[in-house]
Design a binder for this molecule. Structure first.
Ligand SMILES: [Zn+2]
Ligand SMILES: [Zn+2]
Length: 55
């Protein structure tokens, strides 16, 4: 899957995004990754929502 997720706030990829990263569901900062809807999710919420981080 070559689709690149971009941050909803700045339209940049996770690599280039300089936004403050925290989970948009629980506001936690543990292992937060950009997901397909352009928002950041922690590992727990990703698993709960069945979201996949890029690569
Ligand atoms: Zn951003
Ligand atoms: Zn979370």
């Amino acid at each position: 899957m070559a689709q690149e997720f971009v941050c909803m706030q700045c339209d940049l990829t996770e690599e280039k995004c300089k936004c403050d990263r925290y989970c948009c569901l629980c506001m936690g900062g543990h292992n937060v990754r950009l997901c397909q809807d352009g928002q950041y999710y922690c590992i727990d919420c990703r698993e709960a929502c069945d979201f996949q981080a890029q690569f």
